[in-house]
Design a protein around this ligand. Structure first.
Ligand SMILES: [Zn+2]
Length: 185
């Protein structure tokens, strides 16, 4: 499917979610179909683990439609890049979306001095992305942009992923309104 069509589908899925009209297809029929014929997701979504951010719901997507990677603060390390590589190179997923969100606890923790223990790995990565910025909304956008750039750099010269065929974009999900605001396409 063309990348414009894929992005349009995500946009339309979000509009349906906002209207509360329909949800994605999670029927037994599509479950059987995807079990038998494999998965062909249209988009890879990197989102925060926050329980208020549910990519499949936000985009009205059903079984087999989205390849979702969730990690607090939607940060990327080698495990996440490996997941993206798998979906892009082997499932031929042409669209990658980094989805940040308003009110992100990981971003807030980074802006207020960083976390402790394993959390520090996450907040350190966010601080690398945001620099001196301390406004939560702008920091959220910078964190998304940083992840987009990390993915671009990682797959710039990949033998199995033609970068010309890959679309990598960022967006921010508003946890109050339910709206997805696209940062770039
Ligand atoms: Zn978050």
């Amino acid at each position: 499917m063309e990348r414009e069509t894929l992005i349009a589908r995500l946009r339309e899925g979000n509009r349906r979610y906002l209207r509360g009209e329909t949800f994605g297809d999670v029927s037994a029929a599509v479950r059987r179909e995807t079990a038998e014929h494999g998965q062909h997701p249209g988009a890879i979504v990197i989102a925060c683990s926050d329980s208020r951010v549910i990519p499949e719901a936000v985009f009205s997507a059903g079984i087999g439609e989205l390849f979702v990677i969730r990690v607090a603060g939607n940060v990327l390390d080698n495990h996440q890049l490996g997941s993206i590589e798998y979906a892009a190179a082997h499932l031929h997923c042409p669209l990658i979306l980094v989805l940040g969100h308003t009110g992100c606890g990981a971003v807030a923790a980074a802006l207020t001095g960083g976390g402790e223990g394993y959390i520090q790995y996450i907040t350190d990565e966010i601080l690398r992305a945001v620099g001196e910025e301390r406004d939560p909304d702008r920091a959220c956008c910078l964190n998304v942009a940083h992840a987009v750039e990390t993915i671009r750099a990682a797959f710039r010269e990949h033998p199995e992923i033609p970068s010309a065929e890959l679309t990598i974009c960022g967006a921010v999900y508003d946890i109050a309104s339910g709206e997805v605001r696209w940062l770039e396409e």
